[in-house]
Design a binder for this molecule. Structure first.
Ligand SMILES: CC(C)(COP(=O)(O)OP(=O)(O)OC[C@H]1O[C@@H](n2cnc3c(N)ncnc32)[C@H](O)[C@@H]1OP(=O)(O)O)[C@@H](O)C(=O)NCCC(=O)NCCS
Length: 354
């Protein structure tokens, strides 16, 4: 896997949607601090990406927020997705100026072969940096929730979390969408004061690969003699949803197979963590789908696979690997710790009934 620069791509899907939301404008009065200010809300239009890019660029620097996000990149990660609905990206205006947006959407059904609207997600919400102290963001959150409810959502999440990862992979969070990051200075406090409750917590871990050497123990040498280590570029995705989310990413999968009968013993995948890694000024890979067959757990296969995988990524010029796991997943956390990963942040999964 090479560390790719931000990639241009072709998209036609949102073209021709201009004017889609005409007549949907809603006016909402902002109380208290600026009682006389009235915002209007409307669906996304094709002319909005530069305004979204401006608002995005005005945000304070945060570890988990890619900067800058050009219109080309936002098109790739957002508007080009074939399930992108302009009505779910609601724009706030004040006196004709775009001052904020909320992006609400859905995830897959259980089979991963279609969208389900049972669960709604507020994927992103931003306002001009000077307006975070007003209640514009609260109004936008409600606008997004209304959109989700109107499509039948019974449960609402704030921030994407697998498998509700339709948008923003690479722009927010890291190797996966982690709910909302503890380091998130505006969006997370907003949802906390709007009755969302923490359901679970992820830990975000980093491993610097500069000077990395895998463990050499007698057990690891024995495993090395028993297995075949394989690299698969652009591996096949399992479902329609996985193809939609990961298909366009630069990915590599590493597998361990039993040398005698080729049985799959363990596998792990990585993707080129762009454009976030460019914001960090390095070449980074995000880890996902790491699993060791149940029959051979706690025998050192996970350690061996990761050791070989990290060595190969290092040789390909990757200098940092990010992993995320649930705080409740003790085996994974112990394994990462033993491999030299260290926590850098947490992801908080927020939910409320619709
Ligand atoms: C997490 C997982 C990949 C570990 O693979 P593994 O091959 O069993 O791990 P290893 O045998 O190499 O263990 C290495 C170290 O990790 C820790 N570890 C592994 N399994 C553990 C467990 N069940 N409880 C506590 N620590 C554990 C230990 O420190 C272990 O070293 P030790 O055996 O010398 O004490 C495996 O349990 C798994 O596939 N789990 C389900 C999928 C998953 O959770 N993936 C990670 C998602 S982020």
């Amino acid at each position: 896997m090479k560390a790719a620069p931000i990639r241009p791509y072709a998209s036609q899907l949102h073209r021709g949607l201009e004017g889609h939301g005409k007549g949907c404008s809603l006016a909402a009065r902002r109380p208290a601090r600026n009682a006389c200010v009235v915002y209007s809300f409307r669906p996304f239009r094709n002319t909005d990406p530069p305004h979204i890019a401006r608002i995005w660029a005005s945000q304070p620097a945060q570890r988990g927020l890619a900067q800058p996000v050009s219109t080309t990149v936002s098109e790739q990660c957002l508007f080009a997705k074939h399930y992108f609905d302009p009505k779910g990206l609601i724009i706030a205006e004040h006196q004709g100026k775009v001052v904020g947006f909320v992006h609400a959407g859905f995830g897959p059904n259980e089979a991963g072969d279609a969208i389900s609207t049972e669960v709604g997600v507020t994927y992103m919400l931003m306002v001009d940096v000077d307006l975070w102290t007003t209640d514009l963001a609260d109004q936008l959150l409600r606008q997004g929730e209304d959109y989700l409810r109107s499509h039948g959502a019974k449960t609402l999440y704030a921030g994407g979390i697998h498998p509700y990862n339709a948008f923003y992979l690479g722009l927010y969070g890291g190797s996966a969408l982690p709910g909302l990051l503890l380091s998130d200075v505006h969006f997370r406090p907003l949802v906390v004061r709007n009755q969302y409750r923490e359901q679970d917590r992820m830990v975000v871990l980093h491993r610097n690969l500069v000077g990395y050497r895998p463990q050499v123990t007698r057990n690891q040498r024995r495993i090395g003699r028993q297995v075949v280590f394989e690299s698969i570029h652009a591996p096949e995705t399992k479902t329609w949803w996985d193809t939609s989310v990961y298909g366009g990413l630069d990915r590599i999968r590493f597998c361990l197979r039993d040398r005698r009968d080729q049985t799959l013993l363990a596998a792990v995948s990585f993707w080129d963590l762009e454009p976030l890694a460019t914001s960090w000024g390095l070449q980074a890979a995000g880890m996902y789908d790491f699993s060791v067959d149940e029959s051979v757990r706690r025998k050192g296969y996970g350690t061996y696979l990761m050791g070989e995988a990290l060595k190969e990524l290092q040789q390909r010029g990757i200098s940092l690997v990010e992993a995320q796991t649930l705080m409740t997943n003790a085996p994974a956390q112990e394994l990462y710790k033993s491999l030299g990963f260290a926590p850098v942040d947490h992801g908080l999964i927020y939910r409320r009934d619709a």
